[in-house]
Design a protein around this ligand. Structure first.
Ligand code: DC
Length: 217
């Protein structure tokens, strides 16, 4: 049911790679009549700009210049979903100057009525610490690697299971250990382990939590 309140409703969905954040965030946005932002796309678009310019994602100044140059059109590029771009996105995401450049875009998106669902790594902790509802999704590394493999193969990418697993382990480690806005659950996040759950189960649990929060407000 669309919301009638005037204050924007912001829902944060955080968690590691291939945990189902995007699926849940899209469905919550459709259900509550909110806009949706996959914040990983901003980091991927930054990385893609650096890679296409022949730059090095490890170099903070190059990555920050790319982050400042992002336009809406960048977010539609099919190459954003490539695994190499995901890895490079995790690297550019370690730079404080990149995170600063992308922070105001994310906050401006969240602030517009009627509100938004943002999915990422630091939405509940840094980008929208006042989000009305915060979710942190978790699942075993093996389950996430299997899901990512299915997704890659459905897009026609030739992927080897062991490589996908290694990539997820490396990405999680980088995203958790970085000093700038590391991936972690907000203290007030509702944690859902999706390892044994299908997308509908996760969605139903999440809607029950949001509805309870809205009716107690
Ligand atoms: O969600 P994703 O796989 O598209 O994200 C790609 C990378 O971007 C991820 O490994 C780390 C970075 N990222 C981030 O640092 N902060 C976010 N809010 C979203 C993504």
């Amino acid at each position: 049911m669309p919301l009638t309140e005037s204050a924007p409703l912001v829902i944060a969905v955080d968690g590691p790679a291939a945990v189902g954040k995007g699926t849940l965030a899209r469905r919550l946005a459709a259900h509550y009549g909110l806009r949706h932002l996959d914040t990983g796309l901003l980091y991927r678009a930054t990385a893609l700009r650096v890679l296409r310019a022949g730059g090095d994602p490890e170099v903070e100044t190059e990555a920050a210049a790319a982050a400042n140059a992002i336009t809406d059109a960048d977010l539609d590029d099919p190459a954003l979903r490539d695994q190499i771009v995901g890895d490079a996105a995790s690297v550019v995401g370690t730079h404080p100057a990149v995170r600063r450049a992308l922070l105001h875009l994310q906050r401006a998106f969240a602030a517009r009525a009627p509100g938004a669902v943002l999915d990422g790594r630091d939405i509940g902790t840094v980008v929208c610490p006042d989000a009305r509802v915060k979710f942190y999704l978790e699942a075993t590394t093996e389950v996430r690697a299997a899901r990512r493999l299915c997704e890659l193969r459905s897009r026609g990418a030739e992927s080897i299971e062991s490589h996908v697993l290694e990539e997820i382990i490396a990405r999680d480690a980088r995203d958790r250990r970085r000093s700038a806005a590391p991936m972690k659950p907000a203290a007030d996040a509702c944690r859902i382990d999706t390892s044994a759950l299908g997308p509908n189960d996760v969605f139903e649990q999440a809607v029950a939590i949001v509805d309870a929060r809205l009716s107690s407000a």
